[in-house]
Design a protein around this ligand. Sequence first.
Ligand code: GLU
Length: 463
Amino acid sequence: MADANVVTRIAPSPTGNMHIGTARTAYFNWLYARGRGGRFLLRIEDTDRLRSTPEASQAIIHAMTWLGLDWDEDAVSQFARADRHVQVAHELLGKGRAFRCFSTQEEIEAFRDRARKQGHSTIFRSPWRNADPATYPDAPFAIRIKAPLDGVTVIRDRVQGDVKVRNSELDDMVCLRSDGTPTYMLAVVVDDHDMGVTHVIRGSDHLTNAARQTVLYDAMGWDMPVWAHIPLIHGPDGKKLSKRHGALGVQEYQAMGFTAAAMRNYLARLGWSHGDSEFFTDAQAMEWFDLDGIGKSPARIDFKKLEHLSGRHIAATDDAALMSEIEQFLAISEEPELNERQRAGLLSAIYCLKDRARTLPDLLEKAYFILSERPFSVESIDSVSNGILTDLTLRLQNARWDRDTLDRVVAELAEVRSIKPGKVMQPLRVALSGGGVSPSAFDMMLVIGRDETLLRLSDATEH
Ligand code: GLU
């Protein structure tokens, strides 16, 4: 389904951490463009100077980078394009598609108060819409669009279907404020047009904006993008997603130790489906993703599913890539870097660590036996076990160091002592790992080797 003409974008407002919903929208747009050989752009909507912060812009860049959602060209700052927005506002004026409005804030408020009291629509109808320029005062003015007064505006939405809005419900919205600053509504349309955006895929909370933005596209005679408004994400209880449901910011998921691949898979499944597929790769998602697969009802956040997918992705990630995920994770957690010994150890152990870890902290917990140095503080070895381990130590001294032989040594010892092999394995595991979560004793012995195994057994039996 190649279509190199496709241009999508994510246009986050930098007012806090990157929200999980924004990340999902970003990934949908990324998939749509990347799957077709098109372009995916990033625009930071920092027009609202009071709410936008440089830290929040950085947080967006970090979150996108961590998620592996690369964008084409430099990220665009909406605020930096203000001159162009002003220019378009004046162009609208020149075309007679907008007008100067001299109404003051107090007048508008008074109008609204009256309308509320009388039970009328509070949509402001400016007395200046058709005023004779000869009557213009020498005062600051806003530039307002002349919205159509009757008829309907239809948004042909690829997810929601045809959405009709009565034009009587649309206001002559402000494009340029009386202080000369462009409004968000104008800026979005101008930027999407100038950036060549062909598909606007975003949250359904922007659906009413689409109707107002349509008025602007029409007034400028610009081609409309394809609209796709995706239902918002809800909590597990079906209510609007909020803090009480758990983590909302992308960084929080990174801090919990989910891998980026798992997050992408999970985000794709929040509102989009391809048959019954739950676990899939980026390549599959890119091949399959289409607007038709987006559901009409809100997706529900499902932490169990995320953990499950995360475990499967960890198990499927190749060792070197997983090492680099782990090192990144340690860095963002402000944990000490791995030293050479630990790095080499972890790499040799990773095959037996990645199997049942749902998150990177799970994996690291299981890696204690290789990351820490002996002697461990082993407490739970009783005298019987002590005897068993002493016996085992003798038998391991000359054993061949492979899984079958080690297995046989344990089995023979159990047989001689008429005990179950578990009675050998359990204290052995404690001696090798210090007693916490660990891989199987055989895996640990194979990873650390004979000398280290014997040293740890001796630490434990002398205890
Ligand atoms: N800046 C808007 C937001 O963060 C998105 C606008 C858009 O996608 O058109 O919700």
